[in-house]
Design a protein around this ligand. Structure first.
Ligand code: FAD
Length: 316
C-alpha cells in the first residue's frame, strides 16, 4: 500500500505541474513502462534531516535551513544535500525532489525531476521502521547531481505551492488507509469474539463486548463516511478538507485498533493474529504527510481569513 501511494505522491507534482509538455514527456512514459510490466516507481522527496514539518507547514518556513540546495550551473542546476524517510526511494527510478535555490530560503523551493541513476545520487540507507516495512524509507544523498533546466517541474520558485497542492491531493488517500486499518481491526475483533470462548460461552454473548464492538463498527463507518464525503470534492482539493480528513480518520482508526487490541488481549500481541501488524502500521499514518498536529494547524491556516473576519458569523 505505501509503495503504491508513495509512487502516487511522486508523480503528483508532474500531474499538477500545469504543463501538458511535462505530462507527455515525463508522466506518460512512467505509466507506459508500468503497462509493459516494467515497474517505474517515482519517489517524492521533501523531508530533510531537521526539516519535516517545516516542509509541510507555513509556520516553520521562516526558520527553515535548506537540507538540499540547488546551485545554478551551465544548462541546469547542481543538487547537494540530503533527504530522509523517502518512501520507495531505494527502488525508485526517478524522484520529484524539492530544493531551495542557493543562498535563498523556502520561498525559492523548486521541484526537480531527478534520475535516480544520475551520478552523485546515492541511497545512504533505509530505516528499520516499526511498520509498513515493505516500503523502504530511504535517506538519499545528493552530491553535485546535475538536473537540466528542462527538468524543473512547475517553474522556478514555484515548489512550495506545488508541494501544498500535492499534499492536498494525497491526504485523503492517507485517510482511506486509516479506514482500511480500522475495518481490518474491527473484522478481526468480531471474528475473535465469535470464536473465543470464556466461561463456557463465546465472547460475543457478553454485553460489554457487544458495546465495545458496536463502538468499533460505528467509528469505522463514521470515518469511511467522512472519506467518501471529502473525496466527493477531491477534484478540487482544499487544504482544510484534506487535512481534516487525514488527521481525524487516522486518529480514530488508531483508536479502533487499540479497542481491538483490548478485546484480543494477549492474543492481539501475537504475530499470527495480524492485529499487531495493523497496530504498528496504523501509527505511521498519523506521522507521514504531515503529523496530525501539523494537519490540525493546516486546517486553521486555511481557514484564517474567515476566522479573523469578525463581520461574519462562522459555520462549521
Ligand atoms: C513511514 C513514513 C514514510 C514517509 N514517506 C515520506 C516520503 O515519501 N517523502 C517525504 O518527503 N517524507 C516522507 N516521510 C516523512 C514525514 O513526512 C515526516 O516524518 C513528517 O512530516 C514529520 O516530520 P519530522 O519527522 O521531521 O518531524 P518534526 O518536524 O521534527 O516534528 C517533531 C514534532 O514537532 C511537532 N511540530 C513541528 N512543527 C510544529 C509547529 N510549528 N507547531 C506545533 N508542533 C510542531 C510535530 O507535530 C512533531 O510532533 C515519511 C515518514 C514516515 C514515518
Amino acid at each position: 500500500m505505501l509503495l503504491l501511494s508513495a509512487h502516487h505522491l511522486g508523480v503528483m507534482p508532474l500531474a499538477l505541474s500545469g504543463s501538458v509538455n511535462t505530462i507527455l514527456r515525463f508522466l506518460v512514459p512512467v505509466y507506459r513502462s508500468c503497462q509493459r510490466g516494467e515497474p517505474h516507481l517515482v519517489a517524492f522527496a521533501i523531508t530533510e534531516p531537521g526539516a519535516g514539518s517545516d516542509a509541510e507547514e507555513g509556520h516553520g518556513a521562516a526558520a527553515y535551513r535548506p537540507g538540499v540546495v540547488a546551485t545554478p550551473t551551465i544548462g541546469g542546476y547542481l543538487l547537494n544535500g540530503r533527504k530522509c524517510y523517502i518512501s520507495g526511494g531505494d527502488l525508485a527510478k526517478t524522484a520529484t525532489v524539492f530544493a531551495a535555490l542557493h543562498s535563498e530560503g523556502m520561498e525559492s523551493w523548486t521541484c526537480f525531476y531527478v534520475d535516480c541513476d544520475a551520478p552523485g545520487f546515492k541511497v545512504v540507507r533505509t530505516e528499520l521502521k516499526m511498520g509498513m516495512r515493505a516500503s523502504g524509507a530511504a535517506e538519499i544523498e545528493f552530491t553535485d547531481v546535475f538536473v537540466p533546466n528542462d527538468r524543473i517541474i512547475g517553474g522556478l520558485r514555484k515548489g512550495w505551492a506545488l508541494n501544498r497542492a500535492t499534499l492536498n491531493a494525497s491526504r485523503i488517500p492517507v485517510a482511506s488507509m486509516g479506514v482500511g486499518f480500522a475495518r481490518a481491526a474491527t473484522e478481526t475483533a468480531l471474528e475473535f469474539a465469535r470464536r473465543y470462548t470464556l466461561g463456557g460461552k463465546a465472547l460475543i454473548h457478553y454485553q460489554d463486548v457487544q458495546l465495545h464492538l458496536a463502538t468499533m463498527v460505528a467509528e469505522t463507518r463514521a470515518i469511511r463516511s467522512l472519506v467518501w464525503e471529502e473525496a466527493r470534492d477531491a477534484w478540487q482539493p482544499r487544504q482544510l478538507n484534506a487535512s481534516l480528513c487525514k488527521f481525524h480518520a487516522t486518529d480514530r482508526a488508531q483508536h479502533v485498533c487499540e479497542m481491538a487490541m483490548d478485546l484480543l488481549a494477549d492474543h492481539g500481541g501475537l504475530h499470527e493474529q495480524k492485529l499487531e501488524k495493523i497496530f504498528r502500521d496504523v501509527r505511521l499514518t498519523r506521522i507521514f504527510e504531515g503529523t496530525n498536529q501539523i494537519n490540525r494547524l493546516s486546517l486553521i491556516e486555511d481557514w484564517q481569513d474567515q476566522l479573523m473576519n469578525f463581520d461574519q458569523g462562522i459555520g462549521v
